[in-house]
Design a protein around this ligand. Structure first.
Ligand SMILES: NC(=O)c1ccc[n+]([C@@H]2O[C@H](COP(=O)([O-])OP(=O)(O)OC[C@H]3O[C@@H](n4cnc5c(N)ncnc54)[C@H](OP(=O)(O)O)[C@@H]3O)[C@@H](O)[C@H]2O)c1
Length: 341
């Protein structure tokens, strides 16, 4: 790869409707960025079409690699290969990791090969593992780049406001239902929202942990793109009016304000906002931030759990244990970064 490249941006779900628009927005505004997109099957036409669309913008450094978040070995392999490629300077250090991939489902599914609910693993556990596993590649960039330092952006959603941190606990009644059981819209939304809530909180907890160490500076935050029109496969079917009513009940002020201000957008709108925030200068003293489109909020004002230090520490510990035990000799288990709980 060319020496003029300034950093690598990884976008999971790079072939998805939002992921592909984020790639295009970054290709337009950051010509010296290496775009590393991931897809479950990069040979599919949507991945090839995206590459062509980006090539039309101009000469850009782009690749689409295989990553299946429902298979933790795939996450480990991708992370190890990426770290090695950064180490050997085949690609520039990671500037930003954007977690856009997600899955939703209306039925009780077979567990993944790793034994987890696929919605939980794809939306929460695997993004967390990928972030931790790539710390080495972030560290290679020093974490102090002039354009704001390394960032991890988790693409959230309004349904997280109705999520529950204990939804995927094994002792819950719901976890004993048989595979194939059809879920109501409400239940599917709760499951999806819980996976997104858990991921957001766990990543903010990781950020706190990393901030208390001196060897890496990583800004981790959630960005809610709002409701999008397009080819998304992620509809959990909740009509907007219901969502707004639910948000009123939960008292999630900022999301309610955003929904009434600009209810539905094309994916290119949040994509531009994400591309902008990914390259924004870091403030000297960064607070925990949460974005709804390009509006910025103090994260704890949106995610109340962030006020509960002990609950966050417990969640971080659980996530570290789950992911650390997922594969021997994984980058996560080998990471020299001390984890402070
Ligand atoms: N659409 C909305 O209105 C909306 C609203 C708020 C937030 N969001 C958030 O925006 C993000 C993108 O959603 P979208 O609307 O762009 O959905 P989408 O078009 O359906 O894209 C989802 C992406 O996730 C990938 N994915 C699914 N399972 C995967 C797995 N096991 N491993 C790796 N990748 C996997 C899909 O890859 P395949 O092509 O292989 O399936 C696809 O690239 C999500 O995080 C979602 O929660 C969406």
């Amino acid at each position: 790869m060319g020496r003029s490249l300034k950093g690598t941006v990884i976008i999971t779900g790079g072939n998805g409707s939002l992921g592909s628009e984020i790639a295009i927005a970054i290709a337009k505004t950051q010509p010296f960025t290496h775009l590393l997109l991931t897809a479950r099957d990069p040979s599919q036409p949507d991945a090839r079409d995206l590459t062509e669309r980006i090539r039309l913008i101009g000469p850009r450094s782009i690749e689409i690699l295989r990553l299946d978040l429902a298979d933790l070995q795939s996450v480990h392999t991708f992370a190890l290969q990426t770290i090695e490629r950064v180490r050997t300077k085949e690609i520039p250090p990671i500037h930003t990791l954007i977690h856009s991939a997600a899955t939703a489902s209306y039925t009780v599914d077979e567990p993944t090969v790793d034994g987890y609910d696929p919605v939980y693993q794809t939306n929460c556990m695997a993004p967390f593992l990928l972030t931790v596993s790539l710390l080495e590649a972030f560290r290679a960039g020093g974490g102090t780049a002039a354009d704001g330092g390394a960032k991890v952006i988790y693409v959230g959603c309004a349904e997280a406001s109705n999520g529950r941190l204990d939804y995927f606990d094994h002792d819950r009644e719901e976890s004993s239902r048989s595979v194939g059981t059809v879920l109501s819209k409400k239940e599917a939304s709760l499951r999806f929202g819980s996976s997104k809530l858990l991921a957001s909180v766990a990543l903010y907890a990781l950020r706190r942990s990393l901030a208390s160490t001196t060897n890496i500076s990583l800004d981790v935050f959630t960005m809610d793109p709002g409701v999008m029109v397009g080819d998304s496969h992620l509809r959990t079917g909740t009509p907007l009016s219901v969502k707004v009513a639910q948000q009123t009940r939960s008292g999630l002020g900022p999301i309610l304000r955003m929904m009434s201000r600009s209810a539905v957008n094309k994916a290119s709108v949040p994509a531009k906002a994400i591309a902008k925030v990914a390259f924004r200068q870091a403030s000297v003293e960064q607070a925990e931030r949460y974005f709804i489109l390009d509006d910025e909020y103090e994260a704890a004002s949106v995610l109340r759990t962030l006020h509960e230090g002990a609950a966050m520490e417990r969640l971080l510990l659980r996530m570290m244990q789950q992911t650390d035990g997922s594969a021997k000799n994984s980058p996560a288990s080998m990471s020299p970064t001390p984890m402070v709980f």
